[in-house]
Write a protein that binds this ligand. Sequence first.
Ligand code: VG1
Ligand code: CO
Length: 541
Amino acid sequence: MSVQTISTTPFEDQNPGTSGLRKTVPVFRQPHYLENFVQSIFDSVTGYQGKTLVLGGDGRFFNSVAIQVILKMAAANGFGKVMVGQYGILSTPAASCLIRKYGTFGGIILSASHNPGGLSGDFGIKYNIGNGGPAPEKVTNAIYARSREIREFKISDAPDVDLGKTGSVRMENMTIEVIDPVTDYAELMQSIFDFDAIRSLFAGGFRFRFDAMHAVCGPYARTIIEKMLGAPEGTVVNAVPLEDFGGHHPDPNPVNAKELMDYMNGPDGADMGAATDGDGDRNMIVGRHIAVTPSDSLAILAANATLIPGYSGGIAGIARSMPTSTAADRVAVALQVSCYETPTGWKFFGDLLDDNKITLCGEESYGTSSNHIREKDGIWAILFWLNLLAVTGKSVNEIVHDHWKSYGRNYYSRHDYVNIDSRQAAALMDHLRSQLDGLAGKRFGRYMIEKADEFSYTDPVDGSVSGRQGIRIFFTDGSRIVFRLSGTGTVGATLRVYFDRYEKDRIDQDLSAALGELIGIAGEVADIARFTGLKKPTLIT
Ligand code: VG1
Ligand code: CO
C-alpha cells in the first residue's frame, strides 16, 4: 500500500453550479475527471491534515465507484479519518447532520439530486464545509480555478474497501469508519419533533403514503416512519434505492411524482402523501386533492413553528430564495421577525443560519429546512407536517385554507423550458436586460409594471456580492415575474420563469386562471417562443 502521485491535465468545465459539479455519467467516467475535481477540492482548502471527512451519496450509478476513488484520495492527501455511510449511502441532510454532530472538517456528497441517474443519466459531487452546509461561492470559485491549473493528484494504491460491513478499517494512515447512514439522523429528528404525538396519529388510523421514488430516502423513511413512528408497513413505497431510480426523475413535484398524485386524488387516497428527491433534501407535501406549493409550505411551517417542540421558543427569522413566493414575508411581518431574500441555492442560507439571523428557510423548488442542519431536509419537512397534523387535528387541506384565510394566498407557478440552446438562452436574458430601464410604467391589460431589475445579493454577514441572480419584473398590484437560467442542468440551458400573484381575499380561484395574464406578459416581454423555439414550457410545477 503506497501513495501514488499521478500527473494529469486540466478539464475546462469543472465549474460548480447551483449545487456542486453536475455532469452526465459519461463525462464523469472520463479518465481523471473525478480525480481532478476531488484533488481540486483538497487543494483549495487548508488544515485538513489528520481531520475527518464525511462521505456518502444517493446510491445512483457510479456512486460506488466514485466512493472508492475518493477514499483512496483522502488517505493519500492526509485525512485522519473518513466517516462513510454503509454501502456508500448518505442522504444530503444526513451528511450535513454528521458533519455538525461530529465536528468534522467537511464532507463530500455524491449526487445529482433530482436529476435522473443511470448509465447515461447524471452524476454530481458537492463539497460541504465544517458548518455542514454547501461550500460558499468563494470556495467553489477557488475549486474551479484550481481545476483549470491542476497537474497532478494523489491516490493510494490500496485495494477497495468492503462498505457492506459497519466498523473501522485502516488505509495508509487513515481510519475508514463505515457507519449506519440512518442512526444519527433519526436521533436528530427525534430531538426536534413530538414522536409520541405522531405515533398516536398513526395508531388512530391516520393514513399516510411516503413515496421515496427509488431514491435515497427509502431506508431513512422505513426506519423513522414505519419502525419508530409505527406507521403500517408499506406506508413507504418505492422504498428500495435503485441506481437509475427505476428510470424515473427522482424529483418530488406533481408531474414527476405522478404515481403519488394519482393515488392521492383517487378514491382510496390517504390523508397525507409526501415524496422526496434523489438525495433526500427536497420534499413535496400532498393532501386529499391538494398539493401544497413549497412556498406555502415554508410560510405555513413558519406560522405554526411554536407548535413543534424544537421551535417552541419561536423563530429568529425566515429566509427564502428570491424566486420563492412572498407568502413567508407576510408571516415574518406577523411574527415581527426579519425575512431575508437570497439567490437560488442553499449555500446562500449558511451565513444567515450560522449568524442566528434565521431559523427557517426555503425555496420554491420543494426545499425547506431549519437551523438543525445546513441543507434542505425532505424528511424533516414531512415530519414537521405530520407533527402539525397530530397536534392540531386538522387535515392538510384545512391547514392550507386556514393559512390563506389569515394571510391571503400567493398564486404561484414555475415554467421550465428544458435543454434549450445555451446561446439562445443567454440571448433571451440579454434581451430582457436591454429592456430593464424602459419597463417601468408600461401597461399590459390590467397589469402595470412598477419596476424591473436584475437581482444582486450582498451577504449581510460577510459582505460578499453575487450578481446576475435573476431578472425581476414587479407589477403595481404586488405580482412578480422572475426569469433565470438553471445552474443544475447538464445539457444545454434551462430557462425558469416564476409567477407570483398575491390575493388577500379571493383565495379560491383556479390557478391557471389566476396566473393566465401574467404568463402571457412573460411570453411577450421575453419573446420566449422565439428564443427557446418552444410554444409551451417543458415542465410546469
Ligand atoms: C435548482 C433549484 C434550486 C435548488 C437547486 C438544487 O437549481 O431551482 O432552488 O437549490 O436546484 O436542488 P437551478 O439552478 O437548476 O434552478 V437539489 O435538490 O437538485 O440539490
Ligand atoms: Co436534492
